[in-house]
Design a protein around this ligand. Structure first.
Ligand code: KMH
Ligand code: ZN
Length: 415
């Protein structure tokens, strides 16, 4: 959750037109107040700063943007970070018009701080009808335990047989995962979208743990659309509750992951006909525009659950700036939708923490990343789930139970 204010400095305090640093803290105080109101419907109290750094001088006439975000959610406390940037300054000097001003190409960081605000339990408020306040709910942790591209040569911890897949899913559930994103393999370990192989893997998972099974319709690069839809033909008791819906074509490393417009409509229709809930896979900003058309034509029903897959070589990269842009587009264009992030490779765990901080959900697993830390293989997706669970806890977000995840993901009312 973020807040920002923009103010022009007007009161010099020291010689040389210099503004006093307390003005930055005054701006941070207002930003913190807005964050408390956004989170809890109350102005709250600023308890303490644990760090303040003044990094560049601020003069009368400078335009300052102060931004703050909640970085950890306590029961009554909200931990926040603040940054103040100077982005316009008067241009003074010989030969300059008195009204000359300079727009800094790169805003200058003038002050940063972190601190804690408190909103007593008795002051916390529920949102009024139509009011957009409130804390994020629990984190839904998805484990992508197989994938189509990860190989046994890369990691011996990759599950391949239904039994191995079932055991790994159960370990992930033990670590807090409530959704298993599922691909399957043939006897040789090659990616497969075979209906019966999915049936066997789903049965193995469900005999061991209570999780939402989300089958892939992306399959592996190069598969036909019909082949990719194999898991949608699993019916009756073994039917998956969710399936992915990939929205657009991207470069995928040195390959191309093809999702033609009409194919996406076709897969959306097959998912709907099977009575399965789609998870929308977004790899690039333009995919949200394609998604708009799918919504407008009724191919998918809002509110949606969207997975931002960031860091594929050839698509949108994994950064806070990119994620914030996606999240703000999602909330303005697709109100009420829920979202998660799957960071690829070394971005997996940093993106997991960021998603938890920003109020989203988290996906980890060997499909996306095989390392628990630089150069050290994760001993299965469950080890990555444990790490992700700890990251969620460190920013004050608890994990959803399977019942909660079902209520959020599967019972979305149509607007
Ligand atoms: N294997 C990727 C090319 C999905 O599961 O829907 C596609 C993929 C997406 O994994
Ligand atoms: Zn996948």
């Amino acid at each position: 959750m973020k807040a920002r204010i923009v103010v022009r400095m007007s009161k010099p305090h020291y010689g040389g037109n210099l503004v006093d640093g307390a003005q930055m803290l005054s701006l941070f105080g207002d930003v913190a107040t807005e964050l408390c109101i956004r989170a809890d419907g109350d102005e709250g109290l600023f308890r303490a700063y644990d760090s303040v750094e003044f990094l560049a001088p601020v003069y009368s006439g400078d335009f300052i943007e102060a931004v703050g975000e909640i970085v950890a959610w306590g029961k009554t406390s909200l931990k926040m970070s603040f940054h103040a940037y100077k982005y316009i300054s008067p241009l003074v000097g010989p030969g300059q018009q008195p009204s000359a001003a300079q727009l800094h190409g790169e805003p200058i960081l003038v002050c940063k701080a972190s601190g804690t605000c408190v909103v007593p339990q008795s002051c916390r408020r529920q949102a009024l009808p139509g009011e957009a306040i409130g804390r994020p709910g629990p984190v839904i942790l998805t484990a992508a335990i197989v994938g189509a591209e990860t190989t046994r040569e890369q990691t011996p911890y990759l599950p391949i047989t239904p039994e191995e897949i079932g055991d790994e899913a159960a370990r992930c559930a033990q670590a807090g995962a409530t959704v298993i994103h599922l691909h399957v393999r043939d006897e040789a370990g090659h990616p497969s979208q075979d209906t019966e192989r999915f049936r066997a893997a789903i049965a193995a998972i469900r005999s061991r743990c209570d999780v939402i099974v989300q089958t892939s319709t992306g399959g592996a690069v190069g598969m036909s659309v019909d082949e990719r839809c194999g898991p949608l033909r699993v019916r009756d008791a073994d039917k998956p509750e969710m399936a992915t819906l990939n929205i657009g074509t991207i470069n995928f490393g040195d390959d191309i992951f093809v999702n033609r417009r009409l194919d996406t409509f076709g897969i959306a229709e097959r998912i709907a006909q099977a009575g399965i809930v789609p998870e929308i896979e977004i790899y690039d900003l333009g995919h949200l525009d394609i998604l708009k058309e799918l919504c407008e034509k009724g191919a998918v029903k809002r509110p949606l659950h969207v997975q931002f897959v960031l860091g594929v070589r050839g698509a949108l990269q994994a950064s806070q700036r990119n994620l914030e842009l996606l999240v703000s587009r999602l909330s303005s264009d697709f109100p009420g939708s829920t979202w998660g992030v799957a960071g690829i490779g070394r971005h997996e765990l940093p993106m997991a923490e960021l998603a938890a901080r920003l109020g989203g959900n988290v996906r980890v697993g060997l499909e996306d990343n095989i390392f628990i830390e630089k150069g050290v293989l994760a001993k299965g997706s469950s080890a990555l789930c444990e790490k992700a669970a700890a990251l969620c806890q460190s920013v004050g977000r608890r994990l959803a139970t399977t019942a909660e995840a079902r209520a959020i993901l599967l019972a979305k009312p149509s607007p």
